[in-house]
Design a protein around this ligand. Structure first.
Ligand code: PHE
Length: 492
């Protein structure tokens, strides 16, 4: 039996796992989805998705990592047979691609910490972000070209990578400690921001907007798909990260309660993020004399346009800017750790290679590809790759994981094994959700996403994004298959 690296403590593992889950997705994706899909009413599909697919799959992935003491590829091979090792590699290819652009968004965050000091985005955050900072090629003129590298983004990227590299360089013992600090800091900042937000004039209007339930939306299947999609993305399921993290636990470590703590910790951060963002947007609407709906943006615009605009109106604006982006930086960096660690674990399981060398090679490869997204055309590449991976990749891998491990290894056997080590016990409902509910929901999501794609394409770009997505997937699949066929040089 190899001498596997270990976490420093149970707390270190939980903090690293919550850190992996809580990231950019919690601060800009969750609040926006909640508002778009019926406000408070969205919490119903969200929690149903959390209970029927989220927590059950976290348990499954923790089990897979702990039982096999392996990252995703070897875990798949051991639990379901060598034929399926490629599914694990495919997960790692996807998370590698995510890391290439996730780190670029971290670079934007790093730069915005500096811009906060003199509120560089004034007077118009939208013009500043898209035209000055990204200096992007106008959408109607973009056909895939890159243009020049944006030096501030490249610098931010280097800083982001140095932070990531040195935090995980030593292995999980230290990562656990660093993650604990990096997770407690943003929590404190979030609470301060919520208090500040709630004491602003008109905050209540923002919150009403965020939370007032519109139950009629629940009839729309898209709302349910969004809920399941968000649960997958936010919990970092189907990317090999949770499997790798769990593999650094001893084989008889607690599972069920840890899964519940991770999931609820992550959702609490999302919820808190929503309060922070919408209370301030209520205030912004008030100062501009506009309805809240006109100041809310989706996705990236929420963090880099709406929020900066709002804090410029606060006394002590630079401090709030620094706090906000520093919080995002902490949350996002711990997610980036987990992306890279998942790949390192997979590679080290198969080949005799030092942690440092594996880390250097993977980081360098990701960094070099990331440079594409630091260009004037890079924003569009980022948007497209992100869409393809979160719309199809995660659902596809999640589906295969649930079906393969659920049926080949067998859920009843897993249930016995996890209950034997866990503080809370799971019942037959768990089998049902892994073997039936999750696969059905994921198949529906996949089919609907494919139909939508072929009907409407993506993003209205003049460039052919379906071709780009196709090349990425075929290339990724091929790479995963090759990696699984290659002979390892490590005896087990
Ligand atoms: N869950 C993270 C978020 O919500 C993103 C992430 C993706 C983390 C992949 C790890 C692996 O931002």
């Amino acid at each position: 039996m190899e001498n596997r690296e270990r976490w420093n403590s149970r707390l270190g593992f939980i903090m690293a796992a919550v850190g992996a889950a809580a990231g950019l997705g919690n601060i800009w994706r969750f609040p926006y989805l909640l508002y778009k899909n019926g406000g408070g009413a969205f919490l119903i599909p969200y929690f149903i998705a959390l209970l029927t697919a989220g927590i059950p799959l976290v348990i499954l992935e923790y089990f897979a990592g702990q039982k096999t003491q392996s990252g995703a590829p070897r875990a798949m091979a051991k639990l379901t047979g060598k034929t399926w090792e490629w599914v694990g590699w495919f997960a790692l290819v996807l998370v590698f691609l995510i890391s290439t652009y996730y780190t670029v968004i971290i670079a934007w965050v790093v730069d915005h910490i500096a811009y906060s000091i003199n509120l560089a985005w004034q007077p118009n955050a939208e013009v500043f972000f898209f035209e000055k900072f990204l200096n992007r090629i106008p959408p109607d003129q973009w056909h895939g070209q890159l243009g020049n590298i944006r030096i501030p983004i490249l610098l931010g990227l280097v800083i982001a990578w140095l932070a990531i590299f040195f935090s995980i360089f030593k292995g999980p013992k230290l990562t656990g400690k660093i993650a604990t600090v990096l997770m407690i800091t943003p929590l404190i900042i979030l609470v301060i921001m919520v208090i500040r937000g709630l004491t602003l004039p008109n905050a209540v209007e923002g919150l009403k907007f965020y939370l007032t339930p519109d139950f009629s939306k629940l009839k729309n299947p898209q709302v349910w798909l969004d809920a399941y999609g968000q649960i997958f993305f936010t919990l970092s399921l189907a990317m090999g990260t949770l499997i790798a993290y769990a593999s650094y636990n001893p084989p008889d470590n607690e599972i069920n309660n840890n899964a519940v703590i991770t999931a609820l910790g992550n959702s609490s951060i999302s919820f808190l993020g929503g309060f922070a963002v919408f209370s301030i947007l209520g205030f912004l609407a008030f100062t501009l004399g506009k309805p809240v709906s006109e100041v809310v943006r989706s996705g990236i615009g929420l963090a880099f346009v709406s929020y900066p605009t709002a804090i410029s109106k606060l006394p002590g604006a630079p401090i709030w800017g620094v706090l906000f982006f520093f919080m995002l930086l902490n949350l996002a960096t711990t997610s980036a750790f987990s992306q890279i660690e998942g790949i390192v674990a997979g590679v080290k399981d198969k080949w005799k290679i030092s942690r440092t060398l594996a880390l250097v090679l993977i980081s360098l490869a990701s960094f070099l590809i990331a440079i594409i997204y630091t260009t004037q055309g890079g924003f569009y590449w980022l948007d497209i790759i992100d869409h393809y991976i979160s719309a199809f990749g995660l659902t596809l891998v999640g589906l295969m994981e649930a079906i393969l491990i659920g049926y080949i290894y067998g859920t009843s056997k897993i249930r016995e094994e996890v209950n034997a080590v866990s503080e809370i016990k799971i019942g037959i409902w768990w089998d049902i959700s892994v073997k039936i509910i999750t696969p059905i929901v994921l198949i529906v999501i996949l089919v609907m996403s494919v139909i939508e794609l072929f009907q409407h394409g993506y993003g209205g770009y003049p460039a052919n994004t379906i071709k780009i997505g196709g090349v990425v997937y075929l290339g990724g699949l091929l790479l995963a298959i090759v990696l699984s066929i290659l002979k390892g040089n490590k005896e087990e």
